[in-house]
Write a protein that binds this ligand. Structure first.
Ligand code: NMX
Ligand code: MLT
Length: 442
């Protein structure tokens, strides 16, 4: 079925294909970068090897979505009545089309999300059937994998009648169907794990963020907290583990469900999205040692050094690309200063902001001593009553799914290839280091 959004998207895709085709045909041999041995061994840091037009991360400025900084995104996107944060649905519209939706366009995408919310019965059964002590991210991933049977893309592909140029269309349908269900999935996981399975029914008159807050059973301003959280976590260009995983898996023409469950698995690592849980675990450890008292600057420094000396990282600090405090941290900090300035946990986080960067600089390992998004997000959740910090990465995952879905739709629309880089051996690297040609070993 077509909508104004889909028609608009189709026009944009047709125009954009000309640009990609021209680059390929006329400039395919232009060199983008060279790659060193330390980049090969060191996680390909800085290697420009992916293309996305949805967002771009500048090391000093931070993320831009479709050219807009986060403050601009928050200012320009439409907001629900009485809300201070924008519609998450409007953000998806922006990421997908590059345009800020007008009132009609916004209403259409809100309606599109609304009519696709309802979960099949088996989703509840999968969540109910997960073994005790499963991590919420494992449950989240399992549910999204199970939903794969709903994929229109897979069904159409299997029919043998889907033309390459039309791949994006059922992918778009799958993406909307899945994203619309995310708040229902996450809040039922929460209810099952921490509220004896007592679930609050969805309210079809609320927007994505408002409905999420409603199903969590938390009053205002948690609806705005949710909107803000999902929007700032939506995208961080193409190379972060979750976005890259989503893109990689989708490049084999796995459908959205399989691609998003894979990205959820990548996000669940402590160096990536799970760091928001780790921050709370670390802070709780300090709080226990302090018996609830706010540590002095000197005491906090000792805790930080203790962690570093035991060979662990300080969660929520450092970044593979950013070389400045993450603007997503700053936005949440501003929110916290307005709403929870006196909260003891916020005061811990505030103290860490003061204490950690000089210590990381003194230690001299981390290339970026500044806090990232994960250093601030958990304390806000905690303040509004979501104290089960194992759940925090699920919240990150809902937001991230929005950006990755937009990316995968465009990957399909532009016909991006199966991702298949070449690997070489250590002996080959040693040959290169010695100035020799690479020779394959027997
Ligand atoms: N605490 C202690 N050591 C650190 C930290 C930190 N927060 N950040 C970097 N380092 C170390 C790092 O482990 C590495 O050590 P070694 O040479 O012994 O391997 C060294 O500094 C150089 O690392 P970088 O090049 O600065 O960082 P890299 O790009 O490799 O990794 C992170 C980036 C984000 C994985 C790293 O900064 C880190 O582990 N941070 C803590 C975990 C975290 O907050 N992750 C969330 C990132 C944001 N997200 O949502 O995904
Ligand atoms: C993200 O949002 O994905 C993280 O900041 C990690 C990254 O960009 O590498």
């Amino acid at each position: 079925m077509t909508t104004r959004l889909k028609d608009k998207l189709q026009d944009k895709i047709l125009a954009w294909r000309l640009r990609t085709d021209r680059l390929l045909k006329e400039y395919g041999d232009v060199v983008v970068n060279k790659i060193t041995i330390s980049q090969l061994i060191g996680g390909m840091r800085g290697v420009k090897s992916l293309v996305t037009d949805i967002s771009y991360l500048d090391p000093f400025e931070g993320i831009r979505y479709r050219g807009y900084t986060l403050p601009e995104v928050f200012e320009k996107l439409p907001k629900p009545e009485r809300a201070t944060m924008p519609y998450v649905e409007g953000l998806f519209y922006l990421l997908l089309t590059g345009d800020i939706p007008n009132d009609e366009e916004l209403q259409e995408i809100v309606d599109e999300f609304n009519k696709r919310r309802i979960l099949p019965r088996y989703v509840y059964e999968v969540i109910d059937g997960m073994p005790c002590c499963s991590h919420p991210m494992a449950i989240f991933s399992a549910v999204v994998t199970t939903l794969q049977r709903e994929s229109l893309f897979s069904k159409k592909y299997a029919s043998g009648k889907l033309h390459k140029l039309d791949y994006w269309d059922p992918t778009y349908e799958d993406a909307l169907n899945l994203m619309a269900k995310m708040p229902e999935i996450a809040t039922y996981i929460y209810a099952k794990l921490y509220r004896d399975g007592k679930r609050i029914q969805s309210n079809p008159f609320l927007d994505f963020g408002g409905n999420f807050a409603h199903m969590m059973g938390i009053g205002a301003p948690y609806d705005d907290v949710s909107r803000m959280h999902f929007i700032i976590h939506a995208d961080h260009e193409g190379g972060n583990v979750s976005a890259h995983t989503g893109h990689l898996v989708a490049s084999s023409l796995s459908d959205i469900y399989l691609s998003i469950s894979s990205m959820i698995n990548g996000l669940a690592g402590p160096l990536h999205g799970l760091a928001n849980q780790e921050v709370l675990r670390w802070l709780q450890g300090v709080m226990d040692k302090m018996e609830g008292r706010i540590p002095s600057e000197q005491e906090m420094k000792l805790f930080v050094w203790e962690t570093l000396k035991s060979g662990q990282v300080i969660p929520g600090f450092g970044h593979a690309v950013l070389r400045k405090t993450d603007p997503r941290y700053m936005l949440q900090r501003e929110f916290s200063l307005t709403h929870l300035k006196e909260d003891p946990l916020f005061q811990y986080v505030d103290l860490l902001y003061k204490v950690v960067p000089p210590i990381l600089l003194e230690q001299g390992n981390a290339k970026n001593p500044w806090p990232n998004v994960d250093a601030q997000s958990g304390v806000i959740q905690w303040y509004y009553g979501v104290k089960e910090y194992d759940f925090y990465t699920v919240l990150f995952g809902i937001g991230r799914a929005i950006g990755i879905c937009a990316n995968i739709i465009w990957d399909r629309a532009l016909g991006y290839s199966l991702e298949r880089p070449k690997s070489i051996t250590t002996a080959m690297l040693e040959d290169l280091a010695a100035g020799k040609e690479i020779v394959a070993e027997d």
